[in-house]
Design a protein around this ligand. Structure first.
Ligand SMILES: Cc1cc2nc3c(=O)[nH]c(=O)nc-3n(C[C@H](O)[C@H](O)[C@H](O)COP(=O)(O)OP(=O)(O)OC[C@H]3O[C@@H](n4cnc5c(N)ncnc54)[C@H](O)[C@@H]3O)c2cc1C
Length: 286
């Protein structure tokens, strides 16, 4: 197996163009497990660990651009105020060791329906920046990035460079059901982001369908009926939870049944909207 070690982004793109079947490796917390278990044996690994710019983030131009190699620990320690939903999700990933090495870009690259970054990226309206040497940069909205179980819109000659996430303008929450509190893949998860300036609520479902997805009908309901100056109407809250549950299309597997997942999505949707709404009204009263 070849081990390619670019030190710049241009070298990385060139290596991927020359050898599209080279598997990128960032933190390695997914890739190394696959190699160890012989899930795949690629002809080459493309180590992105030396490409320094992938580990940087910035907030220039009103958008938070998070390099694909930024580890969860940095998201938690440095971006908690700017991207609270993503930071909450990051806190639930694996263990401290996994959070030190594992990255948001790696989560996107793996495109697992259970990846914890995806629901908050969907709820916030994130856009994934990918690039190839031949065709340049493509900006892919998170909602269009996930195509199937562990399948994404990334082409074989492309690499993920960064994810662009609008800084929070309102409360954001992430909720995850697991069989224990740490080191657990989500049975299912849910993220919610209030966008008060647009009078809009974003959602993201995890581990509840072949891909991470938004609950679009539920978002439409709130866009049409939510009174942003009043306490939450319990009937509206219930309908929101029901529509989020209906957006799920889960399977039975070792972690949980489809029926349980549908139920849990409804519960998490109601809970996170209640938490976010309390923050929203509390902030206005202060
Ligand atoms: C013990 C353990 C616990 C875990 N717990 C969780 C958890 O709670 N929640 C969760 O979501 N995940 C969990 N994971 C999975 C893993 O940690 C995450 O998916 C993590 O985000 C992967 O990031 P990485 O940088 O290590 O990716 P890598 O393993 O380096 O790569 C992952 C995938 O992305 C591709 N890739 C990486 N970088 C790029 C790039 N720049 N462009 C294109 N493709 C790229 C790789 O080729 C690979 O397919 C766990 C893993 C372990 C081993």
């Amino acid at each position: 197996m070849d081990f390619l070690r670019p030190t710049t982004w241009d070298e990385a793109l060139a290596a991927k163009a020359d050898q599209p079947d080279a598997v990128p490796i960032q933190g390695g917390t997914d890739v190394m497990v696959e190699l160890n278990f012989d899930v795949r044996r690629p002809p080459a690994l493309l180590d992105l660990g030396q490409v320094a710019e992938l580990r940087e983030w910035s907030t220039a131009g009103g958008m938070c651009r998070v390099g694909a190699g930024v580890p969860y620990t940095a998201v938690i320690e440095e971006l908690g105020a700017t991207l609270p939903g993503l930071a909450q999700a990051a806190r639930t990933v694996g263990s401290p060791q996994i959070r030190n090495r594992g990255s948001v870009g790696g989560n996107l690259g793996a495109a697992s329906p259970a990846g914890d970054s995806h629901p908050p990226l969907l709820a916030a309206g994130a856009v994934v920046e990918v690039e190839s040497r031949g065709r340049g940069v493509r900006m892919i909205p998170a909602a269009e990035f996930y195509l199937g179980v562990k399948r994404s819109a990334l082409e074989p000659d492309e690499l993920i460079r960064a994810v662009h996430v609008p800084p929070a303008t309102g409360p954001q929450y992430f909720s995850k059901v697991g069989t224990r509190n740490a080191m657990v893949i989500a049975v299912c998860s849910f993220a919610l982001a209030l966008h008060p300036r647009e009078r809009r609520v974003g959602t993201g479902l995890g581990s509840a369908a072949p891909t991470p997805r938004r609950a679009i009908e539920a978002e439409r309901l709130l866009a049409a009926e939510l009174d942003w100056d009043a306490p939450l109407d319990p009937a509206l809250l219930r309908r929101f939870g029901d529509l989020c549950a209906r957006a799920a299309a889960p399977i039975d597997d070792v972690r949980g049944t489809a029926a349980y997942r549908v139920h849990a999505i409804g519960v998490m949707a109601r809970r996170t909207l209640t938490w976010a709404w309390n923050d929203h009204l509390g902030k206005r009263a202060a």
